[in-house]
Unconditional design. Structure first.
Ligand code: PNS
Length: 162
């Protein structure tokens, strides 16, 4: 059985992430969306909130072979625990490639887990969680980039912080 891990912070999940997850689900028998939990990094949404947002988002995709989990520590250790052979990452640009390539090399050096890069859908190539948060924080309309319930959660969370 082929199994891939799609790791990320997903703070919050965007349509760009969901495009990559859905396409990965058509390439592998099973895909695990792995939400990195790093207590030393400050995030807008807590790990359990991000897991819940991913679970709801994935339920809306037309694929049935995706599950969601949080992980701490090395992504390669998580892959080994889950018996996953591959990590799937989306690439928006050459700068993403430059950032991701050393990690892919490190991950295959640590274990035999290969990284598979998928080009982000052209319409999503400028979308990132960071930009979505920044634009939303200044009152910009980010409804095209995240699921509606994520937009609601983002709006509410940002309102709490002002
Ligand atoms: O969405 P992000 O913030 O780019 O996701 C980063 C993430 C969680 C995928 C990355 O930080 C990660 O893999 N963290 C786990 C720690 C790890 O394995 N580090 C070594 C990478 S070579």
């Amino acid at each position: 059985m082929s199994r891939a891990v799609c790791p990320g912070s997903f703070d919050p999940v965007t349509h760009g992430h969901l495009d990559i997850i859905a396409r990965a689900a058509r390439l592998f028998d099973e895909v695990i969306v792995a939400i990195g939990v790093n207590p030393s990094k400050s995030r807008l949404f807590a790990p359990d909130e991000r897991v819940a947002m991913l679970e709801r988002s994935v339920a809306g995709l037309d694929v049935a072979n995706v599950r969601v989990a949080g992980f701490t520590g090395l992504v390669t250790d998580f892959c080994r625990e889950q018996d996953a052979q591959a990590i799937v990452k989306g690439l928006r640009s050459s700068s993403d490639f430059d950032y991701e390539l050393p990690m892919a090399h490190m991950n295959v050096a640590l274990t035999s887990v290969e990284t598979v890069f998928l080009p982000t859908a052209t319409g999503q190539s400028f979308v990132s969680s960071s930009l979505v948060k920044e634009v939303a924080a200044f009152g910009g309309d980010v409804s095209a980039f995240v699921p509606p319930f994520v937009l609601d959660a983002l709006t509410a969370r940002l309102a709490e912080r002002t």
